[in-house]
Design a protein around this ligand. Sequence first.
Ligand code: HEM
Length: 501
Amino acid sequence: MGVMLNDTYVQLAFGSLIIMLVSYVLLRRVKYLKLKEPPLVPYKYPIIGHTIDFYKDNKNFIKKCHAEYGEIFSLFVFGKIITFVGKELSCEILKNHKDFSFIEASRENFPFENFLNRPNEFTDTLPRMVQINLSGQIKLYTERVQRQLIKSIDEMIGNGKVLEPPLKFFQFIIAKPIAATMVGEELSDDKELVNSFANVTTDFIPFLSIPPVLNFIHPYLHQQVMIFVFKYLNNPFKMHRELIKKKITPVIEKRLREMKESGDNYVSPIDILQRYTELLHKDYTVDIDVVTDNMIISIFASVYNTSNSLTFCLTWYKLVNNPQFLKEILEEQEQLYKSNEKSYYSTEQIARMEKLDSFIKETLRVNVNNVALQHKTLSSYFTFSNGYQVPKGRLVNICSGEIHSDKELQGQNADEFNAFRYLKKNSPATRADKSFLTFGLGKHTCPGRHFAVNEIKLTLHYLLLKYDIKKSSIEKIKPKIYGALKFPSDEGLIFEKRELK
Ligand code: HEM
């Protein structure tokens, strides 16, 4: 009898559990079914969905979907339903940081903290660190950046050279002044270290470019394989990390010793390494691996983006392709150079490079990735102002290419490259708004943009003054396009030394 009763109880408990589970699944389904989702563009092939169209001719495919389905629509790409929005709704994503997250979306393809064996919150300190200690103190770095920039231009180009592919060289040129701000000027003279600063991000890219075909089997399989490759196999990233750690260790140890000895009289070196050391040390000891990983993420955020943008400036619809702009921009640089009484420019003088600034912004406008700023939906669902809804976890992308060429936002000549589009418009390259999304928008707008734009301006200034720059072929230089992404052309650039007039 006792056994029977027990059996009945077990059966009852088991039955209730099943009912609860079924109800839960059904309730969730009902909730999802109730959502008014954006139209899912029909596709021919199951599993593959829109993947081929999306990668083959992204620009025209997105344009066509936009024309047929309107402001918001969804596609089935590499095993995931992804939603795309245009200019009307983009701000609702970028300005609702509690409902959408850029960093969470980035983690799907690029679980960086995981590669480093760190918790997800590890990167949380970086935006404030950059905002306060880099962009917020730009004046303290301006002279140092120029000193290192002039040295690195000399080392890389000297009396003239053909740079092919240009990005490879510009990474080095940019890496040295960035190293000077990150780890101090002394270390920025270390060639091995600068080499790792220049390459740690790009050596990652071949891994990132592997198409996520495994996602056709399960949406997270690709991510898991990537994590395995980075954690357990040898790769160039690990080599750069070890080198950076080896180089900064004695500097950190020396600084901590001096901090302890000097107490209140300690004169703090000005660089990001010092800021992290001060933030993380306890009783003058610090976990060097933690400092190293913080430096690694700072390099990841800064070097590649900046050198990529600089290369676009020199290889796109730019000076080399449009010599009519060169004359005026060069005049501006020469005037500034002649009027300068000191060895280096001040931030105020850099701000006066207005034509150059407009040219940089225009270059960034036309070279934005066609689809960008992927965000992940955080709330259980989100309702857009036009009534469409997306569920938690949905990846939502912005059609940046269309926004950057929209006639209403950019003016009638939106399809043309006009180097002076922003001149006298009170619209510097660092200003992010709904018509210019290169640096994102809202709470998470790139905090390093002031530093980056200053560095690009200074590099262009010194390069234009010092060299005649020509392309090595007679063809117009065009960017490389992979799916929605744009990369600067690999075509060679010829740098010939010029006399300053
Ligand atoms: C031309 C160069 C650069 C470009 C195009 C660029 C672009 C971007 C973009 C699109 C975002 C995402 C914004 C969003 O979520 O809405 C971002 C975020 C960020 N960038 Fe940059 N960036 C550049 C240079 C730099 C530099 C030099 C640093 C300095 C270390 C930096 C540090 C960061 C950080 C820390 C974030 C995360 C901000 C946050 O999550 O709150 N960036 N950047």
